[in-house]
Design a protein around this ligand. Sequence first.
Ligand code: N01
Length: 547
Amino acid sequence: MSAKSPDVDFDASLAPEESWDVDVVVVGAGFAGMYMLHRLRELGYSVQVFEGGTDVGGTWYWNRYPGARCDVESLEYCYSFDEELQQEWEWTERYSSQPEILAYANHVADRFDLRRDIRFGTRVDAAAFDEKKNLWVVRTSDGAQTVGRFFVMATGCLSSAATPEISGREKFTGAVVHTGRWPQEGVDLKGKRVAVIGTGSSGVQAIPVIAEQCDELIVFQRTPQYSIPARNAPLTDDRQLDVKSRYEEFREANFAMPQALGSEIPNYNDSVHDASDEQRRKRLEGAWDRGGTLFLASFGDLLLDESANVYAQDFVREKIAEIVQDPKTASKLTPEHIIGCKRLVIDTDYFETFNRSNVHLVDVGSDPIQRITESGLSTLSKEFEFDVLVFATGFDAMTGSILRVDITGRDGLAIQEKWSEGPRTYLGLSVPGFPNMFTVSGPGSPSVLTNMIISIEQHVEWISDCIAWLDERQYVTIEATSEAEENWVDHVNTKADRTLFPSCNSWYLGANVPGKTRVFMPLLGFPGYVRRCDQVAENNYEGFVIQ
Ligand code: N01
């Protein structure tokens, strides 16, 4: 196996003999780290959480760009573990805005007194497993070292912002921001010429709001995007009271859904091929009018069969042509790829924004960006000038925030080496060679294909129950076997290969990061996954070596 990562300049033998600072070291104080801390504390464990930001919230702390909003409905995108918490918090809109979600995260931190065990403004740089003492030694950006029996990466799936290497970036004299690292103090766009590179979910949400704030907006689009109206609206008291009167039942129904959400939105299993033109149109129009990501649940085979998918593609293409007034702009905005294989985007007035006179669309798919200049950027054929450059270019998803920590397991094995051919886990929770380390919503788990908060809760509860189970029996280590990992990776791939998901360049596959191995990282299907995790625990953690 590989040698230790060259960046690790400390070694785990620095761990004091048979003593540790805390039971569990947790990395990240987003929704995963916060609940991990709370649950472990309830079980009587000592925990130290490290967080690079200055406060809680994780992805919602960093993604403060104009228009940032959740694409899961607010009554679902919140913790379910505490009945009083879910009753007392009042959501104001169908889909919550970033400020409201961040306020909720702060409320949770206050309510459960979480901050006293979180060291903010502190990144974990490295972590190494001491095989003799069975302890994790964790080194942080403040130069300190913390020793724990267990090590949990609660670092989020979309936390490592990706900025493309474009030559000349350092020459640009205006402001440069990334949507995933938006400054806390905001960016004054009034009277400015703004450029946005990227039209994924972040770009699609930001563009309409930026267009209203700035003088002139240039959108540099490499791949056109399918987007469905969100139909965001104020949340009525009636709806909120209704759900709160039966929250448990509402949650149970959502847990049973493939994505752990949307139980009250029609999900159909029939084939689009069996519907008449009129039926098809009616169903898709209904989903378009209702809004939201479950547009693709209008028929059972839209994500399984390319010839079925075409109906949904054509439907959205027609909508774009209806909304966008200038036919040339409409044509540039019209996607050709399979709908849904890149994550489906939901928007508020995205296509409508291109009817504004201060918004210009540049197709950098056909006329690629060459370099950034002092005053803007140049494509192959043209120069553009602007004052603010916004990168809405996404994330090194699912693995980026794990791989940027120098994690060293048994025999000096570095996680970067272990995952050099793509991430490999057992259950998305555990990696052979890295005993007593867990990943919350790691690659190989349903994570980004579900309501993340619900997936996080399931992982946190599984991990904390596992730690308690080990301690009750006085076991010291747990480690996934290579055989279990092999079977699990096959299982994840087999499920993905039955669908259209692997058929285009998406961040699900790591295709957005140059040089990243192309592997479909999340697992499809929440209920089956939960059953499997429960079964593993019931069978005394089968697939793991326990000592
Ligand atoms: O990132 P993305 P995102 N030159 O990777 C383009 C979640 N999220 O931050 O498609 C020019 O989707 C790239 O072009 P292409 C959600 O899960 C949720 O928008 O690679 N363009 C693409 O257009 C989402 O899926 C919400 O050709 C370049 C864009 O940048 C995930 O986060 C809101 C380029 C990146 O799109 C990521 O979304 C926001 C280059 N060199 C985010 N490099 C909610 O609604 C990249 N691009 C909850």
